[in-house]
Each structure stands twice: as C-alpha cells, then as structure tokens.
Write a protein that binds this ligand. Structure first.
Ligand code: HEC
Length: 282
C-alpha cells in the first residue's frame, strides 16, 4: 500500500461525507436564522398550554447545573457564540413544541379557556367538592374522587369554591405539579373569566400559593387537600364552604340560602376582611 492510495481514499471519504452534509448544515443554519427572527411572534402565537410548556422547558434548561459555568464565561466572543447556540437550541425546542402541539393536539394537550368552566351545579358533587372532566372521562374522575385516593385522570376538574379550580393535564405535562394546573377565576352572571393560571407560581388573591399548599398532600391523594391529607389548613370552615357553593353567580337558578347559610356567609365575610387586609403603607 502506498501513501498516495491512503490520501486518495481519505479524500474520497471526505467528499462522500461532505457532499450531503454541507448542504444540510447550510440549510440548518439558514433555518435557524429565520427561526430566530420569528421566535417572538411564534412564541406569542402558540396556544396557552404549549406556551406554558415551552416556558417550563426553558426554565428547566436554565436550572441544569452544567450550564451555569458555561454561562459565566467572560470572553465576549465566546459568550456571543454560546448565546447564539442557546438561542438556536431554544428555537428548535420552540419549533418542536409548536409542531407536536399542532399535530397531536387532542392527545397531547387540552385547550382550557374561560368557557371550560361552568356553574358548580352542572358539575358532579362528591362529598363536599365538585368534579368534572374536560376530556369526556367523567366516570374515571368520579371514581377517584369517590375512592378518595389515587391519581386523577387527564381532563379532571376539581373545584371547591366558585373562584378556585385545578385541572389535570395529560400525563407528563408538568411533573412538578403532577400535571395539575391551578386557576383563579372571576365569576359573575356573565360567566367565568380566568384571572390567573399556571403551575407552581399561581398565588390567590389572599397571597396564598396554590401549589405550595397543595403539594403537602400525601402522595396517594394526588395534591387534593381535603381536611386531613397534610396540607396547611384554610380559615374557611366546611359550613362556610357549603354556603359559598350556593352563591355561584354563574348558575341560572342559585340554590336558596337557609338562615344558617346566611350566618355562615357573614362569618366568612369577617374572615375575608382579615385575609384581604393589605399591609398598611406608612
Ligand atoms: C393555605 C393553603 C392553601 C392554599 C394557598 C390554597 N389551597 Fe386549595 N385547599 C386547601 C385546603 C386545606 C383544602 C381543603 C378544604 C376542605 O376540604 O375543607 C383545599 C381545597 C381545594 C380544592 C378542592 C379539592 C381539595 O384539594 O380538597 C381545590 C380545587 C383547591 N383547593 C384549589 C386551590 C387553588 C386553585 C388555589 C390557588 C388559587 C388554592 N387551592 C390555594 C389549602 C390551600
């Protein structure tokens, strides 16, 4: 064997490899450039759930410890290069979310809007709370609620008072919250308006973080607190809750309030006043 033969073969292999690879690389770079330009509007145009999922992924990426030493590189040239790489990865991630969210929408994600919620009387009451299922699987949701333990199926809606609700997404959507999304609602005769929604970050109007409280429920209860599952207590008694449930303004025919209900609502009012009192500015 001669050196010439080696060199020739080497050249042949290199050419063989580059011929398909180079156009691919160029096309890839071009695609990433276009994506970068479109990233913001694309991000805005994603469905609410896809956007939440994308933002969650980015937050998770930022938390990976291996990335922090890389991110603290001083050299401006290297920094710029790394930034570009990160943006490109972000763009690809965004595209994959957009594509998967698009073609598999039924199976992979649910669209939850104001109209997903309804008058409590149109839901199914189990013990002292109400359940429903946005994916048509009411039976499975009721089964878990009645049993009192186990994992709620995707689509489950669980509600105790008209203004706060949790909804279960398909499995794998958000492992931290066991796929629950928390909502604070504004309800009126006109219907429901979502005031706040999200996973670990939703804080109700009294400054309480839904997730921080509900995550304390023992694992077998799937973040449902009831009274004795391990969550911090709320200052609202079951008697007050029962009365409050009758006042859902979205219901066409609200239930009649007994004298006891009226007392309970008055007491609730007092409790609310203490909860709502903001720290007085000096
Ligand atoms: C201070 C802790 C705390 C915070 C904050 C809190 N909850 Fe709860 N939540 C509870 C407790 C305790 C119960 C059970 C009350 C009962 O059964 O009498 C409950 C009940 C519920 C229920 C009925 C199912 C269950 O878990 O028993 C839903 C739905 C719910 N909360 C949603 C929310 C949402 C949404 C938020 C935020 C907007 C929120 N909660 C904030 C403690 C909390």
């Amino acid at each position: 064997m001669t050196d010439g033969f080696h060199a020739e073969r080497c050249l042949a292999v290199t050419l063989e490899w580059w011929t398909p690879t180079l156009p691919c690389l160029l096309a890839g770079t071009f695609l990433l450039f276009i994506l970068k330009q479109w990233m913001a509007p694309l991000h805005d145009s994603l469905s609410e759930t896809a956007r939440v999922r994308f933002d969650n992924e980015v937050t998770k990426m930022k938390k990976i410890p291996a990335f922090s030493p890389i991110l603290s590189v001083r050299d401006p040239g290297v920094r710029q290069g790394l930034k570009t790489i990160f943006r490109s990865v972000g763009a690809v991630l965004l595209l994959s979310v957009a594509v998967s969210g698009g073609h598999d929408a039924q199976a992979q994600e649910m669209t939850i809007t104001d109209s997903s919620f309804k008058c409590l009387n149109d839901m199914v009451k189990v013990r002292h709370f109400y359940v429903d299922n946005l994916l048509g699987n009411r039976k499975a949701t009721i089964a878990v609620a009645e049993k009192g333990t186990g994992t709620y199926p995707p689509g489950s809606v669980v509600q105790l008072v008209p203004g706060e609700v949790m909804v279960k997404h398909p499995e794998g959507f958000n492992s931290a919250t066991r796929d629950w999304e928390f909502f604070e609602l504004d309800v009126s005769k006109e219907g429901t308006r979502i005031r706040k929604r999200g996973f670990a970050e939703v804080v109700n109007r009294f400054g309480g973080n839904c997730f921080a409280c509900h995550v304390k429920a023992k694992p077998e209860f799937d973040m449902v607190c009831e009274i004795d599952h391990g969550c911090d207590p709320i200052p609202i008694t079951r008697r007050m809750l029962a009365a409050l449930q009758k006042t859902d303004p979205r219901c066409a025919a609200p239930a009649a309030l007994t004298e006891d209900d009226q007392h309970a609502l008055k007491e609730l009012d007092e409790v609310m006043k203490t909860m709502r009192a903001p720290a007085a500015p000096k």
